[in-house]
Design a protein around this ligand. Structure first.
Ligand code: PHE
Length: 443
């Protein structure tokens, strides 16, 4: 017989943990490289549209299922839809494996930059340095170290592990990023960075590739489409106002992404490195990890502090997200297989760590895992989730509760018609993009 289900302690515990999940490498590394690749402001506008139109409805859908069933994804879906729908929960777990596998590799880069930057400063030959640390057995070692930390926190439990870490780390993270943005603002030439960041090339708003990236990024950044928010909400008690929680989380996540851009773009422009982020030799995926360290190394005495603070913030953001990725798999093993939490955390953590090794040895594989797990699977998962809650769950509006029934009618309409149509289209384009990467890797 299982132990009674744990709950968040109340107050801000759940909110901070969910914001901790949302705010991660996605906000700092992925958001800014995607914005740089897709025309700055145009991307930001589409990102906001995608968040409001498809992100928030899916987040509320996940919350509703999770809190209603008080079970991990596969069982929660089974509870409402019977076993025919359970494969959707299996897709969630597979996605968790895929994302955390490579996510932990990138987090390992960040931790390494933080430790080595604070100790020795940032080397001037940033490109060559990144080449050395981004692939190889050293990279594997930092990846394994990061996974070990994540497993340790998650083994501690929902309240003593995840919630405690979020309460401790999230306020510090917010303060660090805001502090860095204020510093970046004081640099001469920062204005050009802001101008680039907020310039909007409206033609690109009509570009399907930009829309596809914006949709994928909205899902990735809000931790949607793989049952993370579902799992966190399964530890929630009845009194929480779900729509309000969803709004708060989306606003915090977007806020941090925007402020992170206010750190990154002024820094790059002030130091004359802006052209290097757009399709440099490493490709944009690695650019942040080349160009920013280059900026830190050319800053003089302030470099190690500013760079160290940035990389520490990045590592902190990564660990609170990695916890939530692992928790999906752990909760599934605890509920479904009856394992103890520490056993579930260690076994699944080890399996995910193994899966990440190829990504640590070859950045092309990392890029593919990001495209398939971090975008395609999330969009497909979100598509089926919207259909499931929109059409199959008997009375989702009653499950949400509260008094805002008119708004919830709109929510159900979006879930039934708008979200699936948009996500089907975006999944198709993302599928093409992922296939393209597979061909590149094979050929
Ligand atoms: N939202 C996290 C980030 O932005 C990543 C993540 C994706 C976490 C999916 C959980 C689930 O870094």
């Amino acid at each position: 017989m299982n132990a009674p289900r744990e709950h968040w302690s109340g107050g801000l515990g759940f909110t901070l943990a969910a914001v901790g999940s949302a705010v991660g490498l996605g906000n700092m590394w992925r958001f800014s490289y995607m914005a740089a690749e897709n025309g700055g402001g145009a991307f930001v506008v589409l990102y906001v549209v995608m968040t409001l139109l498809i992100g928030l409805p899916v987040m509320l859908a996940e919350f509703t299922l999770g809190r209603g069933a008080a079970r991990s994804p596969i069982e929660a879906i089974g509870h409402y839809g019977g076993s025919r729908w359970k494969p959707l929960g299996v897709l969630f777990v597979v996605t968790g494996f895929t994302i955390l596998g490579y996510y932990s590799v990138i987090a390992g880069w960040a931790v390494r930059y933080a430790v080595e930057g604070l100790a020795f400063g940032f080397p001037a030959d940033a490109g060559a340095h990144f080449g050395e640390i981004s692939e190889g057995w050293d990279t594997v070692a930092w990846h394994l170290g990061f996974m070990a930390i994540t497993v340790f926190v998650v083994s501690g439990g929902v309240r003593a592990g995840i919630e405690r870490a979020a309460i401790l780390l999230m306020p510090a993270l917010g303060a660090m990023i805001i502090g860095l943005a204020i510093y970046a603002n004081s640099l001469e030439g920062a204005g050009a960075g802001y101008a680039y960041y907020f310039q909007t090339d409206f033609i690109q708003i009509l570009d399907f590739d930009v829309a596809r990236d914006a949709a994928g990024q909205a899902f990735f950044s809000l931790s949607l489409g793989m049952g993370t928010m579902l799992t966190y909400a399964s530890y929630l008690s009845r009194e929480h106002d779900l729509p309000q929680e969803a709004g708060l989380i989306a606003i915090s996540d977007f806020g941090i992404a925007v402020v992170a851009g206010l750190v990154i773009f002024p820094l790059l422009f002030a130091l004359g490195l802006e052209t290097q982020i757009m399709g440099g030799e490493t490709g944009t995926l690695g650019a942040l990890f080349v160009v920013l360290p280059k900026a830190f190394s050319s800053m003089g005495a302030a470099g190690p502090f500013v760079g160290g603070a940035f990389m520490v913030a990045l590592s902190v953001a990564a660990v609170t997200s990695a916890m939530s990725l692992l928790e999906v798999v752990v909760a599934t093993a605890v509920d479904g297989l009856g394992w103890s939490r520490p056993k579930a955390a260690i076994v699944s953590g080890a399996a995910i760590a193994l899966l990440g090794i190829p990504a640590a040895l070859d950045i092309g594989i990392l890029e593919l895992m990001d495209s398939v797990g971090g975008a395609l699977f999330l969009l497909v998962g979100g598509f089926f989730l919207a259909l499931f809650v929109g059409w199959r769950v008997p009375d989702p509006i009653a499950e949400v509760g509260g008094t805002r029934r008119a708004g919830l009618g709109l929510w159900r309409f979006l879930l039934r018609w708008v979200v699936p149509s948009v996500l089907l289209l975006m999944s198709y384009f993302q599928g093409q993009a992922s296939l393209e990467l597979i061909r590149k890797l094979a050929g």
